[in-house]
Design a protein around this ligand. Structure first.
Ligand code: TRP
Length: 332
């Protein structure tokens, strides 16, 4: 029996280099593991906690799907689907909510952070601006995971608590009904820190990202905007203190990196360093960019891929949900 690996992708922004290095590449590596059956899904209903513009929701969902596919996620070797196409998820989420302690969810970081922010203002209701969707977010995530008898969930550090909540809910369910749900474990992906154009962590909330699928000219322009200091071109430069160099290290070969390091030591103009980064990155993104452009121009092809994935996913999902219904005495 192959182990099942599952991970969700929340479509809340255009993909950027930080996503490629921190999430997409590690996930693609996992997909190469022949002893694993991998499920990847676009968590559109999770995005609904924050994305309330219908056009944006639809666009982000297809852009993020197309983005992952064009970076190399193979729908013929893995199951790729849209969360909302697997309705079993939402039935299981209700069942699980009956086994999720309210206290457990009160302690979820994302919810707690908003409450703590509200509490700074004594006149404010601690739950101001908090929807039940935000509160129940971890329950929906538990359903995503438990619905597939998942063994491993590769996630970043920030999601580990959610996996612990899923485990806790599964154990409570099993305590009542016997070993019905598989208790998953988190596999923490230690991602390299990817600096953004201003040197802080690359993040869409800082507006400092390098988007993956812009054309060459735009990409070059953005790289030329990376903040640097005013050391003259001929002065030796510390690679460790340079955003350009840190980015270069993440995308270039070891030989290229050592060559650029030598150039830094002998003095390199920032323009030249930026050009070197641009050339390596542009060469790497060329293939994905072309694939992406083709995919977004052909929505029916993309949809076909997602429907194939949903069909595969629902086969597993309906059998697990069947077990849950039987165990609880629900339905016939
Ligand atoms: N909450 C995850 C994030 O924000 C996305 C997600 C939704 C997920 N369901 C999941 C991740 C199930 C792993 C497993 O990144």
């Amino acid at each position: 029996m192959k182990k099942t690996v599952l991970t969700g992708i929340k479509p809340t922004g255009m993909l950027h280099l930080g996503n490629l290095i921190g999430a997409i590449r590690p996930a693609l590596k996992l997909a190469e593991d022949a002893s694993a059956r991998c499920f990847y899904f676009i968590a559109d209903y999770h995005a609904l906690t924050t994305v309330h513009d219908p056009k944006q929701m639809a666009e982000l969902t297809s852009q993020v799907t197309a983005g992952w596919l064009s970076c190399g996620l193979d729908p013929n070797k893995n199951t790729i689907y849209r969360q909302s196409d697997v309705p079993e998820t939402f039935e299981l989420a209700w069942v699980l909510s009956c086994f999720a302690g309210k206290g457990l969810l009160n302690r979820a970081h994302a919810y707690k952070a908003v409450v703590q922010e509200n509490e700074k203002d004594a006149k404010k209701d601690p739950d101001a601006g908090i929807s039940m969707g935000l509160f129940n977010y971890p329950v929906l995530m538990a359903a995503d995971i438990l619905l597939f008898d998942t063994d491993e969930v590769p996630v970043g550090e920030d999601q580990v608590q959610h996996i612990e909540i899923a485990r806790d809910i599964a154990q409570r369910f099993n305590h009542t009904y016997g070993e019905v749900l598989k208790v998953p474990k988190a596999v923490i992906q230690k991602a390299a820190l990817v600096p953004g154009l201003d040197g802080r962590k690359m993040s869409k909330s800082y507006d400092n990202t390098l988007p993956l699928f812009e054309d060459s000219a735009k990409l070059r322009k953005m790289i030329m905007k990376i903040q640097t200091d005013s050391t003259p071109p001929e002065a030796p430069k510390d690679p460790a203190a340079s955003t350009i160099f840190s980015l270069y290290e993440l995308v270039a070969t070891p030989e290229q990196v050592s060559a650029l390091r030598t150039r830094y030591q002998s003095g390199i103009g920032w323009g030249e360093a930026k050009q070197a980064l641009f050339e390596v990155l542009d060469a790497q993104l060329k293939g994905p960019r072309e694939a992406y452009t083709k995919l977004v121009a052909n929505p029916s092809e993309l949809e076909k891929t997602l429907q194939k994935g949903a069909q595969e996913a629902r086969k597993v999902a309906s059998s697990v949900l069947g077990r849950v219904r039987k165990a609880t005495g629900i339905g016939k």
